[in-house]
Design a protein around this ligand. Structure first.
Ligand SMILES: Cc1cc2nc3c(=O)[nH]c(=O)nc-3n(C[C@H](O)[C@H](O)[C@H](O)COP(=O)(O)O)c2cc1C
Length: 174
């Protein structure tokens, strides 16, 4: 009997044998500091784009949508991503300024989730981000916008082979 798709999925690899340990008790008070160290460790483990994340927005009739984006920075304004204001996500953010980021680093068995309201950075900051993009050709793009997710909640998740996965939250619990 041929293998079903369901059976193929069931047989796919799980987390790698060597997973890092994570002790929430010794985690820094600043989630951005923990994120930067996890990003460094993901890079050291060979993750190619550890700054790529899914970004979910809310559309009309509460319909969610998500797509991958690149994290641009984390500072006092929030967790920054950038896109065209005219895109679906741009239109959805204009109407409903909130979003959710999700990073996943398979080699580490780690996930980081960030949820919050979304603010727009200035036209100057957005133009600077556009100009610094790889392959920038000197042309401007007035539709380009840097958005900052202002975290209401951040969750760091560490897989464990004993299935006692560790969740470490900053901000309100859900
Ligand atoms: C790894 C990866 C990184 C991406 N980074 C960005 C980004 O930083 N900004 C962006 O506008 N689109 C980026 N994209 C494309 C988006 O996923 C998406 O297709 C596009 O922004 C249109 O989304 P929307 O129609 O939902 O607004 C990226 C795609 C991938 C796979």
């Amino acid at each position: 009997m041929s293998e079903t798709f369901r059976q193929r999925l069931r047989a796919l690899p799980d987390f790698p044998a060597d997973l890092p340990t994570f002790d929430p008790g010794s985690a820094p008070a600043d989630p951005a500091e923990l994120f930067r160290s996890w990003l460094d460790e993901a890079l050291a483990a060979g993750e190619r784009q550890p700054h790529a994340c899914s970004f979910a927005t809310v559309g009309p009739d509460s319909q969610p949508s998500s797509r991958m984006l690149i994290l641009k920075d984390i500072d006092e304004s929030g967790w920054q991503v950038a896109s065209a204001r005219t895109s679906r996500k741009g239109r959805e953010l204009s109407a409903t300024p909130c979003g959710a980021l999700n990073f996943y680093w398979p080699s580490q068995g780690r996930q980081v989730r960030v949820v919050g309201s979304v603010a727009e950075l200035s036209a100057e900051a957005s133009a600077e981000d556009w100009a610094q993009r790889p392959g920038a050709d000197g042309k401007t793009n007035p539709q380009w916008q840097v958005y900052a997710v202002i975290p209401a909640e951040i969750e760091f998740w560490q897989a464990s082979h004993d299935r006692h996965h560790i969740r470490h939250r900053y901000g309100a619990a859900t």
